[in-house]
Design a protein around this ligand. Sequence first.
Ligand SMILES: NC(=O)c1ccc[n+]([C@@H]2O[C@H](COP(=O)([O-])OP(=O)(O)OC[C@H]3O[C@@H](n4cnc5c(N)ncnc54)[C@H](O)[C@@H]3O)[C@@H](O)[C@H]2O)c1
Ligand SMILES: [Fe+2]
Length: 392
Amino acid sequence: MSWLFSLPTEVVFGEGSAAELPGHIERLGRKALLVTDAGLLDQPFLRKLREQVEWVDVFAEVQPNPTVANVDELAARAAGAAGAEVLVAVGGGSVMDCAKAAAALVCNEGESIRPYHSEGARLNGARLPLIAVPTTAGTGSEVTPFAVLNDERKGIKGPMAHPSLYPTRAVVDPDLSASMPRGVTACTGLDALSHALEGYWSRHHQPICDLFAIEAGQRIFAALPKALENPGDRTARAEMAYAALLAGMAFQLPKNAMVHACSFPLSNRYHLPHGAACAFTLAAAVRFNAPVLGGRLETFAAACGFADVEGMAQAIRTLQRQGGLPCTLAEAGIALADIPGLVAESFHPLMANNPREVTPPDLERLYRSLALYGTSPQFPPEMSGAGPGAPL
Ligand SMILES: NC(=O)c1ccc[n+]([C@@H]2O[C@H](COP(=O)([O-])OP(=O)(O)OC[C@H]3O[C@@H](n4cnc5c(N)ncnc54)[C@H](O)[C@@H]3O)[C@@H](O)[C@H]2O)c1
Ligand SMILES: [Fe+2]
Protein backbone atom coordinates (compact mmCIF):
# COMPACT_ATOMS: atom_id res chain seq x y z
CA MET A 1 0.00 0.00 0.00
CA SER A 2 1.53 3.30 -1.02
CA TRP A 3 -0.25 6.58 -1.42
CA LEU A 4 -0.15 10.32 -0.90
CA PHE A 5 -3.04 12.35 0.43
CA SER A 6 -3.17 16.12 0.60
CA LEU A 7 -5.79 18.84 0.57
CA PRO A 8 -4.42 22.37 0.69
CA THR A 9 -7.87 23.99 0.94
CA GLU A 10 -9.08 24.97 4.42
CA VAL A 11 -12.69 23.87 4.84
CA VAL A 12 -15.31 25.54 7.02
CA PHE A 13 -18.67 23.72 7.14
CA GLY A 14 -21.97 24.47 8.82
CA GLU A 15 -25.47 25.83 8.53
CA GLY A 16 -25.22 29.59 8.78
CA SER A 17 -21.45 29.63 8.16
CA ALA A 18 -21.87 32.07 5.24
CA ALA A 19 -22.57 34.75 7.84
CA GLU A 20 -18.88 34.57 8.78
CA LEU A 21 -17.70 35.39 5.25
CA PRO A 22 -16.79 39.03 5.95
CA GLY A 23 -14.29 37.83 8.58
CA HIS A 24 -12.81 35.20 6.22
CA ILE A 25 -12.44 37.79 3.48
CA GLU A 26 -10.77 40.32 5.75
CA ARG A 27 -8.07 37.84 6.66
CA LEU A 28 -7.15 37.28 2.99
CA GLY A 29 -7.22 40.78 1.51
CA ARG A 30 -8.73 44.25 1.66
CA LYS A 31 -10.04 44.50 -1.89
CA ALA A 32 -12.53 41.71 -2.52
CA LEU A 33 -14.24 40.94 -5.81
CA LEU A 34 -17.48 38.94 -5.77
CA VAL A 35 -17.96 36.35 -8.53
CA THR A 36 -21.41 34.86 -9.11
CA ASP A 37 -24.00 34.35 -11.85
CA ALA A 38 -26.97 36.46 -12.84
CA GLY A 39 -29.49 33.85 -11.68
CA LEU A 40 -28.17 34.05 -8.13
CA LEU A 41 -27.96 37.82 -7.72
CA ASP A 42 -31.48 38.07 -6.35
CA GLN A 43 -31.16 35.24 -3.84
CA PRO A 44 -31.56 36.64 -0.30
CA PHE A 45 -28.16 35.30 0.79
CA LEU A 46 -26.44 37.18 -2.03
CA ARG A 47 -28.35 40.40 -1.42
CA LYS A 48 -27.25 40.23 2.20
CA LEU A 49 -23.64 39.48 1.30
CA ARG A 50 -23.55 42.37 -1.15
CA GLU A 51 -24.55 44.72 1.64
CA GLN A 52 -22.23 43.23 4.27
CA VAL A 53 -18.98 43.67 2.33
CA GLU A 54 -17.56 46.65 0.46
CA TRP A 55 -16.81 44.90 -2.84
CA VAL A 56 -14.38 46.48 -5.31
CA ASP A 57 -16.43 44.89 -8.10
CA VAL A 58 -19.18 42.32 -8.68
CA PHE A 59 -18.80 39.99 -11.66
CA ALA A 60 -22.12 38.23 -12.30
CA GLU A 61 -21.56 37.32 -15.93
CA VAL A 62 -20.49 33.68 -15.43
CA GLN A 63 -22.44 31.38 -17.77
CA PRO A 64 -23.43 27.81 -16.93
CA ASN A 65 -20.52 25.73 -18.31
CA PRO A 66 -18.23 28.75 -18.01
CA THR A 67 -16.37 29.84 -21.11
CA VAL A 68 -12.77 30.77 -21.74
CA ALA A 69 -14.11 34.25 -22.56
CA ASN A 70 -15.78 34.43 -19.08
CA VAL A 71 -12.46 33.65 -17.41
CA ASP A 72 -10.52 36.14 -19.54
CA GLU A 73 -13.03 38.90 -18.83
CA LEU A 74 -13.10 38.21 -15.10
CA ALA A 75 -9.28 38.17 -14.90
CA ALA A 76 -9.09 41.47 -16.78
CA ARG A 77 -11.63 43.03 -14.41
CA ALA A 78 -9.84 41.67 -11.33
CA ALA A 79 -6.41 42.85 -12.47
CA GLY A 80 -7.65 46.18 -13.86
CA ALA A 81 -9.14 49.13 -12.03
CA ALA A 82 -10.52 46.86 -9.30
CA GLY A 83 -7.02 45.70 -8.31
CA ALA A 84 -8.65 42.79 -6.51
CA GLU A 85 -6.66 41.13 -3.72
CA VAL A 86 -9.09 38.27 -3.11
CA LEU A 87 -11.83 36.61 -5.18
CA VAL A 88 -14.97 35.28 -3.52
CA ALA A 89 -16.89 32.79 -5.67
CA VAL A 90 -20.49 32.30 -4.55
CA GLY A 91 -22.34 29.86 -6.80
CA GLY A 92 -22.29 26.42 -8.31
CA GLY A 93 -19.42 24.69 -10.09
CA SER A 94 -19.65 27.12 -12.99
CA VAL A 95 -18.98 30.15 -10.81
CA MET A 96 -16.28 28.44 -8.74
CA ASP A 97 -14.44 27.07 -11.81
CA CYS A 98 -14.50 30.44 -13.57
CA ALA A 99 -13.16 32.20 -10.47
CA LYS A 100 -10.47 29.56 -9.85
CA ALA A 101 -9.14 29.83 -13.41
CA ALA A 102 -9.28 33.65 -13.35
CA ALA A 103 -7.50 33.83 -9.98
CA ALA A 104 -4.62 31.91 -11.60
CA LEU A 105 -4.67 33.81 -14.89
CA VAL A 106 -4.25 37.16 -13.10
CA CYS A 107 -0.87 35.94 -11.79
CA ASN A 108 0.32 34.29 -15.02
CA GLU A 109 1.61 35.48 -18.40
CA GLY A 110 -0.91 36.43 -21.06
CA GLU A 111 -4.44 37.68 -21.25
CA SER A 112 -6.25 34.43 -21.96
CA ILE A 113 -6.62 31.14 -20.12
CA ARG A 114 -6.79 29.31 -23.49
CA PRO A 115 -3.10 28.28 -23.69
CA TYR A 116 -3.31 26.85 -20.15
CA HIS A 117 -6.65 25.16 -20.77
CA SER A 118 -6.03 23.39 -24.06
CA GLU A 119 -2.60 24.20 -25.52
CA GLY A 120 -0.25 22.63 -23.00
CA ALA A 121 1.03 25.85 -21.35
CA ARG A 122 1.81 25.30 -17.66
CA LEU A 123 0.53 27.62 -14.94
CA ASN A 124 3.33 29.05 -12.78
CA GLY A 125 1.62 28.19 -9.46
CA ALA A 126 0.79 31.74 -8.38
CA ARG A 127 -2.81 32.90 -7.93
CA LEU A 128 -4.95 35.38 -6.05
CA PRO A 129 -6.39 34.08 -2.78
CA LEU A 130 -9.85 32.65 -3.40
CA ILE A 131 -12.78 31.70 -1.18
CA ALA A 132 -15.19 29.17 -2.70
CA VAL A 133 -18.77 29.21 -1.41
CA PRO A 134 -20.85 26.50 -3.10
CA THR A 135 -24.58 27.09 -3.56
CA THR A 136 -25.20 23.70 -5.19
CA ALA A 137 -24.42 20.33 -3.61
CA GLY A 138 -22.58 18.54 -6.38
CA THR A 139 -19.35 19.49 -8.05
CA GLY A 140 -17.01 19.53 -5.05
CA SER A 141 -15.13 22.25 -6.96
CA GLU A 142 -14.59 23.97 -3.60
CA VAL A 143 -11.94 21.30 -2.81
CA THR A 144 -10.58 20.27 -6.21
CA PRO A 145 -7.64 21.45 -8.34
CA PHE A 146 -9.80 21.43 -11.50
CA ALA A 147 -11.65 24.01 -13.56
CA VAL A 148 -13.92 22.76 -16.33
CA LEU A 149 -14.09 25.33 -19.12
CA ASN A 150 -15.87 25.56 -22.41
CA ASP A 151 -13.78 26.95 -25.26
CA GLU A 152 -16.48 28.11 -27.64
CA ARG A 153 -13.99 29.15 -30.31
CA LYS A 154 -12.47 25.66 -30.45
CA GLY A 155 -15.72 23.85 -29.66
CA ILE A 156 -14.26 21.90 -26.72
CA LYS A 157 -15.39 21.56 -23.12
CA GLY A 158 -12.94 19.98 -20.75
CA PRO A 159 -11.14 20.24 -17.45
CA MET A 160 -7.82 21.87 -16.69
CA ALA A 161 -5.91 20.74 -13.62
CA HIS A 162 -3.22 22.41 -11.55
CA PRO A 163 -2.48 22.60 -7.81
CA SER A 164 -2.89 26.39 -7.96
CA LEU A 165 -6.58 25.84 -8.76
CA TYR A 166 -7.35 24.62 -5.22
CA PRO A 167 -9.31 27.38 -3.48
CA THR A 168 -7.59 28.90 -0.46
CA ARG A 169 -10.64 28.33 1.67
CA ALA A 170 -14.04 26.67 1.19
CA VAL A 171 -17.01 27.92 3.18
CA VAL A 172 -19.79 25.35 2.84
CA ASP A 173 -23.13 26.53 4.17
CA PRO A 174 -25.83 23.95 3.33
CA ASP A 175 -28.56 26.58 3.77
CA LEU A 176 -27.41 28.26 0.54
CA SER A 177 -28.44 25.18 -1.44
CA ALA A 178 -32.06 25.14 -0.21
CA SER A 179 -33.25 27.34 -3.09
CA MET A 180 -32.04 24.96 -5.81
CA PRO A 181 -34.87 23.92 -8.15
CA ARG A 182 -35.55 20.18 -8.34
CA GLY A 183 -33.71 19.68 -11.64
CA VAL A 184 -30.56 21.36 -10.31
CA THR A 185 -30.81 19.33 -7.08
CA ALA A 186 -31.01 16.13 -9.14
CA CYS A 187 -28.19 17.03 -11.54
CA THR A 188 -25.81 18.19 -8.86
CA GLY A 189 -26.64 15.32 -6.48
CA LEU A 190 -25.97 12.74 -9.18
CA ASP A 191 -22.78 14.57 -10.18
CA ALA A 192 -21.62 14.13 -6.58
CA LEU A 193 -22.51 10.42 -6.71
CA SER A 194 -20.54 10.13 -9.95
CA HIS A 195 -17.52 11.67 -8.21
CA ALA A 196 -17.81 9.23 -5.32
CA LEU A 197 -18.03 6.22 -7.65
CA GLU A 198 -15.42 7.42 -10.14
CA GLY A 199 -12.94 8.33 -7.38
CA TYR A 200 -13.55 4.89 -5.88
CA TRP A 201 -13.04 2.91 -9.08
CA SER A 202 -10.36 5.12 -10.63
CA ARG A 203 -7.11 3.30 -11.39
CA HIS A 204 -5.53 5.82 -8.98
CA HIS A 205 -7.93 5.25 -6.10
CA GLN A 206 -6.40 5.22 -2.62
CA PRO A 207 -7.56 4.27 0.88
CA ILE A 208 -8.39 7.70 2.34
CA CYS A 209 -10.27 8.78 -0.76
CA ASP A 210 -12.10 5.41 -0.71
CA LEU A 211 -13.40 6.24 2.77
CA PHE A 212 -14.69 9.61 1.59
CA ALA A 213 -16.30 7.94 -1.43
CA ILE A 214 -18.23 5.32 0.56
CA GLU A 215 -19.33 7.86 3.15
CA ALA A 216 -20.51 10.18 0.35
CA GLY A 217 -22.37 7.34 -1.41
CA GLN A 218 -24.21 6.32 1.77
CA ARG A 219 -25.37 9.88 2.40
CA ILE A 220 -26.40 10.59 -1.20
CA PHE A 221 -28.55 7.45 -1.54
CA ALA A 222 -30.25 8.28 1.77
CA ALA A 223 -30.64 12.06 1.43
CA LEU A 224 -31.08 12.83 -2.28
CA PRO A 225 -34.59 11.31 -2.53
CA LYS A 226 -35.59 13.42 0.49
CA ALA A 227 -34.11 16.65 -0.92
CA LEU A 228 -35.93 15.97 -4.21
CA GLU A 229 -39.20 15.23 -2.45
CA ASN A 230 -39.04 18.14 -0.04
CA PRO A 231 -36.65 20.96 -1.04
CA GLY A 232 -37.09 22.57 2.39
CA ASP A 233 -35.76 19.49 4.24
CA ARG A 234 -32.83 21.17 5.99
CA THR A 235 -31.32 17.91 7.24
CA ALA A 236 -31.34 16.42 3.74
CA ARG A 237 -29.75 19.60 2.33
CA ALA A 238 -27.01 19.45 4.99
CA GLU A 239 -26.38 15.77 4.25
CA MET A 240 -26.11 16.52 0.52
CA ALA A 241 -23.78 19.49 1.02
CA TYR A 242 -21.54 17.33 3.21
CA ALA A 243 -21.72 14.39 0.79
CA ALA A 244 -20.81 16.57 -2.20
CA LEU A 245 -17.83 17.93 -0.26
CA LEU A 246 -16.73 14.38 0.65
CA ALA A 247 -17.19 13.24 -2.94
CA GLY A 248 -15.03 16.16 -4.09
CA MET A 249 -12.33 14.98 -1.68
CA ALA A 250 -12.83 11.42 -2.98
CA PHE A 251 -11.96 12.24 -6.60
CA GLN A 252 -9.67 15.26 -6.34
CA LEU A 253 -6.55 13.03 -6.29
CA PRO A 254 -7.71 9.77 -8.01
CA LYS A 255 -9.55 11.80 -10.72
CA ASN A 256 -12.64 10.74 -12.66
CA ALA A 257 -12.99 8.04 -15.31
CA MET A 258 -15.38 6.79 -18.04
CA VAL A 259 -18.54 8.54 -16.81
CA HIS A 260 -16.93 11.97 -16.94
CA ALA A 261 -15.11 11.18 -20.21
CA CYS A 262 -18.51 10.38 -21.74
CA SER A 263 -20.14 13.45 -20.17
CA PHE A 264 -18.16 15.98 -22.22
CA PRO A 265 -19.63 15.18 -25.67
CA LEU A 266 -23.06 14.64 -24.08
CA SER A 267 -22.90 18.24 -22.79
CA ASN A 268 -21.25 19.62 -25.93
CA ARG A 269 -23.57 18.00 -28.46
CA TYR A 270 -26.87 17.69 -26.59
CA HIS A 271 -26.50 20.46 -24.00
CA LEU A 272 -27.15 18.15 -21.08
CA PRO A 273 -26.24 19.86 -17.80
CA HIS A 274 -23.06 18.35 -16.38
CA GLY A 275 -24.79 16.24 -13.70
CA ALA A 276 -27.44 14.96 -16.11
CA ALA A 277 -24.69 13.98 -18.55
CA CYS A 278 -22.83 12.04 -15.84
CA ALA A 279 -26.00 10.39 -14.56
CA PHE A 280 -26.86 9.29 -18.11
CA THR A 281 -24.15 6.60 -18.21
CA LEU A 282 -23.58 6.07 -14.48
CA ALA A 283 -25.75 2.97 -13.92
CA ALA A 284 -24.32 1.36 -17.07
CA ALA A 285 -20.78 2.16 -15.91
CA VAL A 286 -21.52 0.55 -12.52
CA ARG A 287 -22.48 -2.68 -14.32
CA PHE A 288 -19.53 -2.44 -16.72
CA ASN A 289 -16.87 -1.86 -14.06
CA ALA A 290 -18.16 -4.15 -11.28
CA PRO A 291 -16.65 -7.42 -12.64
CA VAL A 292 -13.06 -6.12 -12.63
CA LEU A 293 -13.11 -4.54 -9.18
CA GLY A 294 -12.60 -7.73 -7.18
CA GLY A 295 -15.68 -7.28 -5.00
CA ARG A 296 -14.97 -3.63 -4.13
CA LEU A 297 -18.14 -2.36 -5.79
CA GLU A 298 -20.17 -5.00 -3.90
CA THR A 299 -18.64 -3.53 -0.71
CA PHE A 300 -19.64 -0.02 -1.80
CA ALA A 301 -23.19 -1.15 -2.65
CA ALA A 302 -23.58 -3.04 0.64
CA ALA A 303 -22.35 -0.01 2.61
CA CYS A 304 -25.06 2.02 0.89
CA GLY A 305 -27.72 -0.53 1.93
CA PHE A 306 -28.14 -2.46 -1.35
CA ALA A 307 -28.36 -6.25 -1.64
CA ASP A 308 -26.04 -6.15 -4.65
CA VAL A 309 -24.48 -3.96 -7.32
CA GLU A 310 -27.53 -4.36 -9.56
CA GLY A 311 -29.73 -2.91 -6.79
CA MET A 312 -27.44 0.13 -6.67
CA ALA A 313 -27.56 0.53 -10.47
CA GLN A 314 -31.35 0.44 -10.39
CA ALA A 315 -31.45 3.01 -7.58
CA ILE A 316 -29.40 5.37 -9.75
CA ARG A 317 -31.97 5.03 -12.56
CA THR A 318 -34.78 5.66 -10.08
CA LEU A 319 -33.06 8.84 -8.86
CA GLN A 320 -32.68 10.04 -12.45
CA ARG A 321 -36.41 9.49 -12.97
CA GLN A 322 -37.34 11.15 -9.69
CA GLY A 323 -35.28 14.19 -10.65
CA GLY A 324 -36.77 14.36 -14.15
CA LEU A 325 -33.43 13.72 -15.88
CA PRO A 326 -33.15 12.02 -19.29
CA CYS A 327 -32.76 8.24 -19.09
CA THR A 328 -33.09 7.16 -22.73
CA LEU A 329 -31.40 8.18 -25.95
CA ALA A 330 -34.68 9.68 -27.15
CA GLU A 331 -35.13 11.68 -23.95
CA ALA A 332 -31.61 13.08 -24.32
CA GLY A 333 -32.24 13.93 -27.98
CA ILE A 334 -29.74 11.34 -29.25
CA ALA A 335 -30.57 9.52 -32.50
CA LEU A 336 -29.31 5.96 -32.99
CA ALA A 337 -27.39 7.25 -36.00
CA ASP A 338 -25.49 9.67 -33.72
CA ILE A 339 -23.94 6.87 -31.65
CA PRO A 340 -20.72 6.38 -33.67
CA GLY A 341 -19.95 10.12 -33.54
CA LEU A 342 -20.75 10.29 -29.85
CA VAL A 343 -18.52 7.29 -29.15
CA ALA A 344 -15.64 8.76 -31.16
CA GLU A 345 -15.74 11.96 -29.08
CA SER A 346 -15.89 10.16 -25.73
CA PHE A 347 -12.24 9.13 -25.54
CA HIS A 348 -11.06 12.00 -23.36
CA PRO A 349 -7.82 11.20 -21.45
CA LEU A 350 -9.95 10.52 -18.33
CA MET A 351 -11.04 7.30 -20.06
CA ALA A 352 -7.56 5.88 -19.34
CA ASN A 353 -8.39 6.15 -15.62
CA ASN A 354 -11.21 3.65 -15.93
CA PRO A 355 -10.48 0.35 -14.16
CA ARG A 356 -11.78 -1.67 -17.11
CA GLU A 357 -10.54 -0.85 -20.59
CA VAL A 358 -13.31 0.72 -22.64
CA THR A 359 -13.34 0.06 -26.37
CA PRO A 360 -15.49 1.81 -28.99
CA PRO A 361 -17.69 -1.32 -29.40
CA ASP A 362 -18.20 -1.36 -25.58
CA LEU A 363 -19.46 2.22 -25.70
CA GLU A 364 -21.64 1.54 -28.73
CA ARG A 365 -23.25 -1.30 -26.80
CA LEU A 366 -23.69 0.93 -23.75
CA TYR A 367 -25.47 3.63 -25.75
CA ARG A 368 -27.62 1.09 -27.59
CA SER A 369 -28.69 -0.35 -24.23
CA LEU A 370 -29.91 3.13 -23.30
CA ALA A 371 -32.26 3.09 -26.28
CA LEU A 372 -34.11 0.20 -24.69
CA TYR A 373 -34.96 1.77 -21.38
CA GLY A 374 -38.62 2.77 -21.34
CA THR A 375 -40.39 5.55 -19.50
CA SER A 376 -41.34 3.37 -16.53
CA PRO A 377 -39.31 3.96 -13.39
CA GLN A 378 -39.19 0.17 -13.05
CA PHE A 379 -36.14 -1.39 -14.57
CA PRO A 380 -37.27 -3.53 -17.50
CA PRO A 381 -36.31 -7.21 -17.14
CA GLU A 382 -34.32 -7.30 -20.39
CA MET A 383 -31.94 -4.76 -18.85
CA SER A 384 -31.12 -6.62 -15.68
CA GLY A 385 -30.08 -10.12 -16.73
CA ALA A 386 -26.84 -11.48 -18.10
CA GLY A 387 -26.65 -13.21 -21.46
CA PRO A 388 -26.24 -12.22 -25.09
CA GLY A 389 -26.85 -8.53 -25.68
CA ALA A 390 -27.09 -7.85 -21.95
CA PRO A 391 -26.70 -4.20 -21.19
CA LEU A 392 -23.54 -2.84 -19.70
N1 LIG B 1 -14.05 21.78 -10.81
C1 LIG B 1 -14.56 20.61 -10.56
O1 LIG B 1 -13.96 19.84 -9.82
C2 LIG B 1 -15.86 20.23 -11.16
C3 LIG B 1 -16.43 18.99 -10.86
C4 LIG B 1 -17.65 18.67 -11.45
C5 LIG B 1 -18.27 19.58 -12.31
N2 LIG B 1 -17.68 20.78 -12.60
C6 LIG B 1 -18.30 21.75 -13.51
O2 LIG B 1 -19.22 22.55 -12.76
C7 LIG B 1 -20.23 23.03 -13.66
C8 LIG B 1 -21.61 22.68 -13.12
O3 LIG B 1 -21.78 23.24 -11.84
P1 LIG B 1 -23.16 23.01 -11.06
O4 LIG B 1 -23.66 21.67 -11.38
O5 LIG B 1 -22.92 23.37 -9.66
O6 LIG B 1 -24.17 24.02 -11.76
P2 LIG B 1 -24.03 25.55 -12.21
O7 LIG B 1 -23.03 26.26 -11.39
O8 LIG B 1 -23.86 25.60 -13.70
O9 LIG B 1 -25.47 26.10 -11.81
C9 LIG B 1 -26.62 25.61 -12.50
C10 LIG B 1 -27.78 26.58 -12.33
O10 LIG B 1 -28.24 26.53 -10.99
C11 LIG B 1 -28.36 27.84 -10.46
N3 LIG B 1 -28.13 27.77 -9.02
C12 LIG B 1 -26.97 27.48 -8.38
N4 LIG B 1 -27.18 27.47 -7.04
C13 LIG B 1 -28.46 27.77 -6.84
C14 LIG B 1 -29.27 27.94 -5.67
N5 LIG B 1 -28.78 27.76 -4.43
N6 LIG B 1 -30.55 28.31 -5.84
C15 LIG B 1 -31.08 28.49 -7.08
N7 LIG B 1 -30.39 28.33 -8.22
C16 LIG B 1 -29.09 27.97 -8.09
C17 LIG B 1 -27.32 28.67 -11.20
O11 LIG B 1 -27.67 30.04 -11.21
C18 LIG B 1 -27.39 28.06 -12.60
O12 LIG B 1 -28.43 28.64 -13.35
C19 LIG B 1 -20.00 22.36 -15.00
O13 LIG B 1 -19.30 23.24 -15.86
C20 LIG B 1 -19.12 21.18 -14.62
O14 LIG B 1 -18.35 20.71 -15.70
C21 LIG B 1 -16.50 21.10 -12.02
FE1 LIG C 1 -18.59 16.01 -12.26
